[in-house]
Design a binder for this molecule. Sequence first.
Ligand code: RNT
Ligand code: ZN
Length: 412
Amino acid sequence: MSYDSAKAAFADWGVDTEAALERLKTLPISMHCWQGDDVVGFEETSGASGGGIQATGNHPGRARTPDELRADLDFAYSMIPGKHRLNLHAMYLDTEATPDRDEIEFQHFAPWVDWAKDQGIGLDFNPTFFAHPKADDNLTLSHPDRGIRDFWVEHGRRSRDIAAKMGAALDSPCVNNIWVPDGYKDTPIDRMSARARLEASLDAMLANPQDKAQMLDAVESKLFGIGVEACTVGSHEFYMGYAIRKGTLLCLDMGHFHPTENIADKLSSVALSLDEILLHVSRPMRWDSDHVILLNDDILQMAQELVSAELLGRTRIGLDFFDATISRTAAWVIGTRNMQKALLRALLLPLEQLKSAEDNLDFTTRLAVTEEIKDMPFGAVWEEFSARAGVPNGQALIKELDRYQSSVAGRN
Ligand code: RNT
Ligand code: ZN
């Protein structure tokens, strides 16, 4: 179907496709660097995983250097309509120096900032509290040993400082997201002390006020991880309370809840108590497996909530998945485009009609509209969006993904 026919079909439902396309253009997705190299990073000791995070698969083409990772990102961005962001982890420094985590500085990330400037994209940041000998017990900010806690607090402080400098250099606030693996494999006897230590460490890390125009603090909870099955110190309740009391962003990762829980349902609840939200869009399969996101119901419902509850203006959308069994660049491209497609579908819903049916307790109309609308030509509107951005679709896209993958397959 042509875009013009699609436009007319949506207009029949009272939906303005041009307005949807304009809005979608303004929504950056923060693409995570770690899909490109299986969460390894560029530290001297890289290769050490930990914290329950492990990419599986050995598809050829893993980026081994910052230059390779940037080349892969350049390609991925060229296959995704719009301007997006890059989400960096502290272990992805780009320098000849070999600072330990408590020694990192802005200069160790300067090439990333130069590159982001050239690309006209914003950066987000994460301290890395895993894949390090001082995290071997799966305890960092909540470790009973003061020296270990202090080491990680210093890492976190420096990360905030680096994030603020990135935000200032790029004139776009950099979200600094804190996730720690802390927890216990077997049932702890003193959860309270562990949580009190985590809170005290976070307070120490966040003590230095930062300009919100430069950086924003976020905290990410988790239900459980490999090796910390019995107790995660930074649970949802812990961080929700913390974020509300301290005014940080709360990061909701789609893999960090019980499989029957749904992030889409949580957004409006937490949004009443928080200024801003960070999302880690992911696809858990049976557990926090971080599969590449599909255009499935979970993602559609989440995008629908963001639009319906008018949360787009105060939600940062980040991705968090890693699959090493397929082309890593294709994973980025497919996942990011799916997030955009979900947002587009949400922006194309006849929301007024649906909301008014619901207000009138007319659940029949709500259901009928929801289901009829599924046959609408969303694909034609997406085609138009990508064509305007000069980005291929369908078989042309698959050819490009394949061509790029062949060009990197010789890396070993
Ligand atoms: C881990 C968290 C966290 C990490 C990244 C690499 O379970 O989801 O966000 O995936 O920091
Ligand atoms: Zn996450």
